[in-house]
Design a protein around this ligand. Sequence first.
Ligand SMILES: [Zn+2]
Length: 352
Amino acid sequence: MKQFRSNVIRAGLGALYFTGAHHLLRPIFSGVGAIFMLHHVCPPRDAEFQPNRHLEVAPEFLRAMLAHLRSRGIDIITIDELHQRMVERNFSRRFACFTLDDGYRDNRDFALPVMREFDAPLTVYVTSDFAEGTGRLWWIALEMAIARADMIDAKIGGAATRLDASTPAAKQAAFDRLHDRLRVLPGEHDVRREIAALCARYGVDETTISRDLCMSWDELKAFADDPLVSIGAHSVTHCNLAKQSEEIASQEMAASRARIEAALQRPVLHLAYPYGDRHAAGPREFALARAIGFKTAVTTRPGMLFPGSAGYLTALPRISLNGNYQDTRILSVLTSGAATAMWNRFRRVDAA
Ligand SMILES: [Zn+2]
């Protein structure tokens, strides 16, 4: 299903590009600005099995995006400036904001140098347990376990199931099946238990993953001193907030902010919801983020910003720079807003 949807999106983007339809749609759907969403920025790897590749874009692709925006005279601004322009309804110039989730070390090593070439600011949303070195990046642990095994024994729907993992294609299918199953488990503890069992069975040490991939507090402190860098919050444990009690969801948001503020000695006023789709962040989370005092909060719902978005500053949509679509021909399609307008069935503000 995921592959099917992915192919449909790819075909849709291609069709928009080749028909030039996005140029016709631009005046109607381009909106006033966009928030781009990235995770890893790093050189491409050779491995055939890369199930998390959609989370990685190459520095060259980021560079092409920035050059494209600059060539079109679009301002690249901080998330604070975005907040100000939205509140003041200052839409005299189109703008873009670059945001990166989770707090990966490659943001410092590969994204920041490219952003610096364009004097362009970026916001990194930090998961406080990842910076602490105690976080669990279960999607990476799952990839590592499947990469090592030729056959995966796992429980699916309570039944012991054996999945082929002998070829890159079989590994991808096994990953998709287990990933989808883990995403719908009722609690964070269920995900942790299943991943811990898989890691134990296939000899993966998941406790080192956050330290291997994410910036520590010391590293973040130096990183945050760069004038181009803003730091936002991305929860304590990277849980699905919508599946938590109101008390826990609120605590995840507030405690991550307090932890980051204490470590970096600066105010943290912006939030990104973990996972961030409509199953992970809805009206309850939008209200909680507002009550806790965040000036903005971003989702992973696709969309451009419109003047009406100013009324929903804790439910802002983003445009994903997805590692599976690193074709520079789609840059103008993405910035036209036509692709996300199709996705949203031409509804402009989606905060329900
Ligand atoms: Zn995240």
